[in-house]
Design a protein around this ligand. Structure first.
Ligand SMILES: [Zn+2]
Ligand SMILES: [Zn+2]
Length: 313
């Protein structure tokens, strides 16, 4: 393959050298849609070890100067969820508040103070708090934000989300919020949970998908399966004409070995999958959902596992 490519290059260059023909066509410009603000993701995340004593409660990662990813230590809660803090010119948005006995408000406040200082603001910008969905491992830090000055707290409930983001018809309409030169789109994706949402940051092309799509076990119940499939389809449709740099969910349960996940409840995951998924995996799951033809069953794909949820008591 390499040899053939090299030959082709030689052939092309000899043509270019010998023929005094018209100048080669300029490289066509990149489509405008491909220009997104870049960011960097770590190769690996700290999960919980090997020694819990040495692991801080939060790992804070700067994806870029206006986009922060926080991961809660597995030593505090085995779910080790990810939280997202995004800054626009006038406001910031936090998705999720953590799991278990958690104080996420303090770390978020300090990041906001730091950002304000860096950007020569007189004080922290107002904060909007939203949730990927309403499950306990994503809302546990809520008390630190409710009723606090400068905080618009959006409860993980359908009507509250509709109101805050202007979603007329749930779940088929989209919503959005402008943080000041930075629009975040909201796509309702009920299925894993009734109040499930995805957020799309136009600035970076990052799509946040909560527990509905992440490298791990995507739990869904029989009764919610049709909604899950419809939501997934809307995500595929939404991303069709947009740049998707990274799809980031709220947990990692896969190992770095394709198809293999860590057992439920694993605290220390030294060899875990990356956080980011691509639209390719979104399409792969979509294909698998089509094959199921409405009948929920476990499907193990390379990077995600569709997992029927045992009905709750
Ligand atoms: Zn959940
Ligand atoms: Zn979760």
């Amino acid at each position: 393959m390499r040899t053939r490519m090299a030959c082709a290059w030689l052939l092309l260059s000899s043509v270019a050298l010998t023929a005094q023909a018209p100048a080669p066509a300029a490289i066509p410009p990149q489509p405008a849609s491909a220009f997104v603000e870049p960011g960097v993701l770590p190769k690996t995340w700290t999960t919980a070890g090997p020694k819990c004593m040495e692991v801080p409660a939060w790992q804070v990662h700067e994806y870029n100067p206006n986009f922060f990813i926080l991961r809660q230590s597995g030593c505090i809660h085995y779910e080790k969820p990810f939280l997202y803090l995004i800054f626009g010119r006038d406001k910031a948005l936090l998705e999720d508040t953590g799991a278990g006995m958690v104080d996420s408000a303090t770390i978020v406040q300090s990041l906001m103070a730091e950002w304000a200082k860096r950007n020569n603001k007189t004080g922290p910008v107002p904060l909007i708090v939203v949730h990927s969905h309403s499950h306990g491992d994503h809302v546990a830090g809520d008390p630190g934000f409710i009723g606090k000055p400068n905080v618009q707290f959006v409860a993980a409930k359908v009507d509250a989300i509709q109101q805050a983001f202007g979603v007329k018809n749930w779940p088929t309409d989209l919503g959005s919020v402008d943080l000041g030169n930075r629009v975040i789109d909201l796509i309702p994706i009920p299925g894993h949970d009734v109040a499930g949402i995805a957020l799309y940051d136009r600035q970076t092309g990052v799509l946040l998908t909560g527990d509905s799509f992440y490298p791990g076990r995507l739990y869904v119940g029989d009764a919610e399966f049709p909604a899950f499939v419809a939501s997934h389809r809307r995500l595929v449709e939404f991303t069709k004409d947009k740049p998707v740099a990274n799809i980031l969910g709220t947990h990692i349960e896969q190992t770095s070995t394709p198809f293999v996940d860590y057992p439920r409840g694993t605290v220390y995951q030294p060899d875990e999958h990356t956080l980011e998924l691509s639209r390719g995996t979104l399409l792969e799951l979509d294909e698998a959902l089509t094959r199921l033809n409405g009948k929920l069953s476990r499907v193990v794909l390379r990077d995600v596992i569709l997992s029927p949820r045992v009905p709750r008591q």
